[in-house]
Design a protein around this ligand. Structure first.
Ligand SMILES: NC(=O)c1ccc[n+]([C@@H]2O[C@H](COP(=O)([O-])OP(=O)(O)OC[C@H]3O[C@@H](n4cnc5c(N)ncnc54)[C@H](O)[C@@H]3O)[C@@H](O)[C@H]2O)c1
Length: 249
C-alpha cells in the first residue's frame, strides 16, 4: 500500500527512543523527512544518526515541548530545513504514578504539562503552516489509560484530554484539509515501562487481559500512526485508534 507521504515532512516529539523512535523510523521508511525532537539531546542525535545511516532523511532538534519558545524554534527550524511541516506526531509523554492521596501538585502539573500542554503548544505552532498548505495530519499518542487506571489520575486525565482536544481540532481544522486523530496504545515494550518497578507484573497482567496474547511492540504503534498520517486516511478525523491487542478498559 502506497501511503502517499514520500517527500512530506514529519515532526515526531519524544522520538529519541521508544514509540517515538519507531514512529519516526516508519515514517522515514515511507519516504518522509523526519524531525527527531526530544529533550534528550544525546539520544536525539544518536537516533537521527541511525536513521541517516540507513539512508533515510532525519534531523534532530532539541525541544522541551512544555516551553513555547522551544516549540516555535522546532517548527521554524523544520520549515527552514525541509520547506514545510505536514505531519505532527505528539508523542512526548511521561507518567508519574501515585495513588491520589499521595499525588503532589507537581506530579499533576508535570504530567499535564508534558502530555497535554505540550500537544497544545505543538499543534498551535504547526497549524498556520498546515492551513496554508491545505494539508496536514496531527496524530496524538493517547493511551488505553484514558479509560482509567489506579495510580494514574494525572496520566489518565491528560490522555483523555488529548482525545477531547483532538475531537475539537478535527472539527475546527477539517475545512483546511487537516485531520486530527489519536492512537491509544495499550502496554508496549519500551524503556518507559521497563523502568517501572512493577514492570513484569504489569506486562503479565496486560497479556492476560488482552485477547491477543503477546506483548505489544513499538512497531505496532508505528504502523497505526503511519496509516493515519497517510493519504489512505484522508477521510478519517476525530477518531481514536486503539492499539491494545484487543483490550479495552
Ligand atoms: N509504552 C507504553 O506502554 C505506552 C502505552 C500507552 C501510551 N504511551 C505513550 O506513548 C508515548 C511514548 O512512550 P514511550 O513508552 O516510548 O516512552 P519513553 O519514555 O521511552 O520515551 C518518551 C520520550 O519522550 C521524551 N520526553 C520526555 N519529556 C519530554 C519533553 N518535555 N519534551 C520533549 N521530549 C520529552 C523522552 O526524553 C523520551 O525520549 C508517551 O506519550 C506515552 O505516554 C506509552
Amino acid at each position: 500500500m502506497d501511503l502517499g507521504i514520500e517527500g512530506k515532512t514529519a515532526i515526531v516529539t519524544g522520538s529519541a527512543r521508544g514509540l517515538g523512535r519507531a514512529i519516526a523510523r516508519r515514517l522515514a521508511l515511507e519516504g518522509a523527512h523526519v524531525v527527531i525532537s526530544d529533550i534528550d539531546e544525546a539520544k536525539a542525535n544518536e537516533t537521527a544518526s541511525e536513521l541517516k545511516a540507513m539512508g533515510l532523511s532525519a534531523h534532530p532538534v532539541v525541544t522541551d515541548v512544555t516551553r513555547a519558545a522551544d516549540v516555535q524554534h522546532l517548527v521554524d527550524e523544520t520549515i527552514g530545513i525541509f520547506g514545510g511541516v505536514h505531519i505532527l506526531v505528539n508523542n512526548a509523554g511521561i507518567p508519574r504514578d501515585r495513588y491520589l492521596v499521595e499525588m503532589t501538585e507537581d506530579d499533576w502539573d508535570v504530567v499535564m504539562n508534558v502530555n497535554l500542554k505540550g500537544a497544545f503548544l505543538m499543534a498551535r505552532a504547526v497549524m498556520p503552516r498546515m492551513i496554508e498548505q491545505r494539508w496536514g495530519r496531527v496524530i496524538q499518542i493517547s493511551s488505553r489509560a484514558h479509560f482509567g487506571n489506579p495510580t494514574q489520575a494525572n496520566y489518565a486525565a491528560a490522555k483523555a484530554g488529548l482525545i477531547g482536544m483532538s475531537k475539537a481540532l478535527a472539527q475546527e481544522e477539517g475545512r483546511y484539509g487537516v485531520t486530527v486523530n489519536c492512537v491509544a496504545p495499550g502496554f508496549m515494550q519500551t524503556e518507559m515501562v521497563e523502568a517501572l518497578p512493577t514492570y513484569e507484573a504489569i506486562r503479565d497482567k496486560a497479556v492476560r487481559l488482552q485477547p491477543l496474547k503477546r506483548v505489544g511492540q513499538p512497531d505496532d504503534v508505528a504502523h497505526a500512526v503511519s496509516f493515519l498520517a497517510s493519504e489512505c486516511a484522508s477521510f478519517i478525523s476525530g477518531e481514536v485508534l486503539h492499539v491494545t491487542g484487543g483490550r479495552f478498559g
